[in-house]
Design a protein around this ligand. Structure first.
Ligand SMILES: Cc1ncc(COP(=O)(O)O)c(C=O)c1O
Length: 398
């Protein structure tokens, strides 16, 4: 059979487009300000980004990018192993290690590649990786890659250290990696880091926390590990620059020997070009800003708390997160997709998330430092009429 036959037979996206409920690849136009965006020429309140500190429009970050391009040009021009390693990368790595309290750091081209590259390089024949049930796709894919070199993958219940402990107790002595998100991407819940540390220490397992959504926001900017008081107790931490660090890229933090091993063995690191000068400079400038602001609570957290309470009072099922991320659950796919498109029509952009990225049907809301109380009042008003009037009318008409 023709290999591409499956593409011609793929109709799901067309069906959603035809029904006017296709939620993906909206094309935003500038200028963005961290709290707003322009969609089809109309301003919307942007509640669908990971731009928690709104640093993508910070003059310091933009200035650092302009300086880096002027000096280094637009590309790292090769793999860091051979010709694409810049002093900019090494300066960023030194500051990341210092800020997060690790011996060393290694920068990758994306957060996804960081997890892929770390897990697949560290885990192989004779090793077991235990993944949290809701671990990010990049941890899952890294683990699947590791199975090609003989690793075994197992799962433990989401944020359930007792389940992990039960399984580890039953595992004969093997070297074990335990990997979890620090903040779940869609639900926004925090991982029970202290309990996971205790279990891993008891059973001699190595813990990896991917804190893509905690860094910059929680724990005075140092993320969920610091918030849990577990600095120095989590051997491997990964992060993405595409969230609070307002850039592209990712990094792993660990002891110096582990980082040196990864520098020389991690295939996504070796066989891909280094992070561009602009992205490296943006992440570094954003890190400096986060460090400078570490004494005050990010506005994104207060905004999310206010919005969460208001949506809860309106009768929405918003789960129990304590991060800038709020899930809003709907009974079925049509209700969720309809709600998303009605919200857009009323100037509010949220993310539609479907299984397998989450259980059930959820809109994912994420607040940033740029969401003013005034903007949030408008959003709450739209959610109030969505529930009382717009969605029931829309469903009747459908
Ligand atoms: C938990 C988690 N890890 C890793 C990533 C991948 O990050 P990046 O966008 O830098 O590839 C994401 C993406 O948002 C994420 O949610």
């Amino acid at each position: 059979m023709d290999l591409l036959e499956k593409c011609r037979a793929y109709v799901q996206a067309d069906e959603a487009r035809d029904a006017g409920r296709y939620p993906y690849y909206p094309a935003f136009q500038g200028p963005a300000d961290g709290g707003k965006a322009i969609l089809e020429g109309v301003e919307v309140c942007m509640l669908g980004s990971n731009n928690y500190r709104a640093l993508n429009v910070s003059p310091q970050v933009i200035g650092a990018v302009q300086d880096a391009i002027a000096l280094y040009g637009t590309s790292a021009t090769g793999s860091r192993l051979l010709s694409g390693n810049l002093d900019l990368h090494e300066e960023l790595e030194a500051d990341l290690a210092d800020f997060f309290g690790y011996e060393a750091a290694l920068v990758f081209a994306t957060g996804y590649m960081t997890n892929l590259g770390v897990v697949s390089a560290l885990v192989g024949r004779g090793d077991v990786v235990y993944l949290d049930d809701k671990a990010h796709a990049s941890l899952i894919d890294g683990s699947q890659l590791a199975t090609a070199s003989g690793a075994v993958v197992r799962w433990f219940g989401h944020n359930n250290p007792d389940d992990l402990a039960r399984q580890l107790a039953a595992t004969p002595t093997q070297s074990v990696l335990v990997a979890t998100d620090g903040v779940s991407t869609v639900e926004g819940e925090l991982a029970p880091v202290a309990e996971l540390v205790a279990v891993c220490e008891e059973y001699g397992a190595t813990l990896l926390v991917d804190d893509a959504h905690g860094v910059g926001v929680l724990g005075r900017g140092r993320g969920v590990i610091e918030q849990a008081g577990m600095q120095g107790r989590v051997p491997l931490m990964t992060l993405s620059f595409s969230t609070s660090l307002a850039s592209q890229g990712g990094a792993v933090l660990a002891d110096a020997k582990t980082i040196d091993f990864l520098r020389h063995t991690s295939r996504p690191q070796i066989y891909s070009a280094g992070l561009s000068p602009a992205d490296t400079a943006a992440a570094h400038a954003a890190l400096r800003e986060i460090r400078r602001r570490a004494g005050s609570e990010p506005d994104a957290l207060a905004a999310a708390e206010h919005l969460r309470r208001a949506l809860d009072a309106l009768g929405y099922d918003v789960g129990g997160s304590s991060s800038p991320v709020i899930p809003v659950r709907f009974p079925d796919q049509i209700a969720m997709l309809s709600a998303q498109s009605i919200l857009i029509d009323h100037g509010v952009y949220t993310n539609a998330v479907l299984p397998p990225a989450c259980e059930g049907y959820q809109l994912r809301i994420a607040c940033t430092d740029a969401h003013t109380p005034y903007a949030l009042e408008g959003v709450i008003g739209v959610f109030a009429s969505l529930r009382e009037d717009l969605l029931p009318r829309y469903r009747q008409a459908a």
